[in-house]
Design a binder for this molecule. Sequence first.
Ligand SMILES: Nc1ncnc2c1ncn2[C@@H]1O[C@H](COP(=O)(O)OP(=O)(O)OP(=O)(O)O)[C@@H](O)[C@H]1O
Ligand SMILES: [Mg+2]
Length: 330
Amino acid sequence: MLTVGLTYDLKTDYVFKEADPPDANAEFDHPSTIDVICKTIESQGYKTKRIGNIDNLLDKIDNLGVDIVFNISEGVSGRNRESQVPIILEMKNIPFVGSDGLTLGMTLDKIMTKKVMIAEKIPTPRFFEASSLEKFQMDGLKFPLIVKPRCEGSSKGLSEKSRVENEQQLKEQIDFIVRTYKQPALIEEFITGSEYTVALIGNGDEVEVFPPVQIKIDGRLNLKDKFYTFSRITSDRLEYICPAKINAGLRDEIMLLAKRTYQAVECRDFGRVDFRIDEKDKPYVLEINPLPSLSTEDVFTPIAKCVGTTYNHMIGKILASALKRYNLKK
Ligand SMILES: Nc1ncnc2c1ncn2[C@@H]1O[C@H](COP(=O)(O)OP(=O)(O)OP(=O)(O)O)[C@@H](O)[C@H]1O
Ligand SMILES: [Mg+2]
């Protein structure tokens, strides 16, 4: 029987430092998510072993006693934080589920990823970068704009104030991001319309693209100016609708764009691509998440239901994709 190790960062392990924003631990997992993933993997005929975070991994690295690691560690510091566990595993020749350090590092950096998308002719909102209040040029972009941190996930740094309509608001938000998150701000044209996310599982020719999930906020599908924020994630004003209320042509278009984005950044085993669609039905890729949340509260549960399967089965498919890549037999 194969043993699957788990690497992860727990919300409860994070020690807040004085200068931390309130969403500093937003990307980390609840202990209950790890319990569910372990139980799910065990129910499919594997043994599991909890490794924990990078410090635990380093302590145990020469005696892990696992055949493969299911890595969902987000890492604690630096823009390469998501790459740290995968790089150590790679160095020690230990197979692991999910993308490698290069893909995780690059995609955490939304600007690097947008440059790849532009080179691949994948539509993404026009943007500019601001590393300080003195150093930025709007490059002809028009308001409204949205101001985000360059290298974060889980809607960190996003609030109602992130959508800006004039120069004064823009400068305030740039200043907030640069000071609070200690990194440049990414400023994009704000896409007014609806929002979707597309999950993918697999590798090479065997990438399975799942039906888009639509984001409903405050009971509305046509979101117009509304968007995901840190506080919305934790409220019940957000719902995931699957199948999405979208015409078949547009659905197929975003599923294809999701696959092209996944392949462009060489995502492995699983991932999720986020979209906004403007009022003229033009889709834009916002970002790709090679480490999307596997919490049962997140999108994998409604997707499984929509395609007539279970959350367990989806996790099993992710693990099976990785085992196949390494030629490991169950
Ligand atoms: N250009 C844009 N136009 C309109 N809304 C946007 C734009 N960029 C981001 N948003 C809104 O902000 C949310 C978070 O942005 P994005 O997906 O880029 O960041 P994230 O923090 O990495 O996301 P996640 O919560 O998926 O990890 C999006 O889901 C969307 O609602
Ligand atoms: Mg996103």
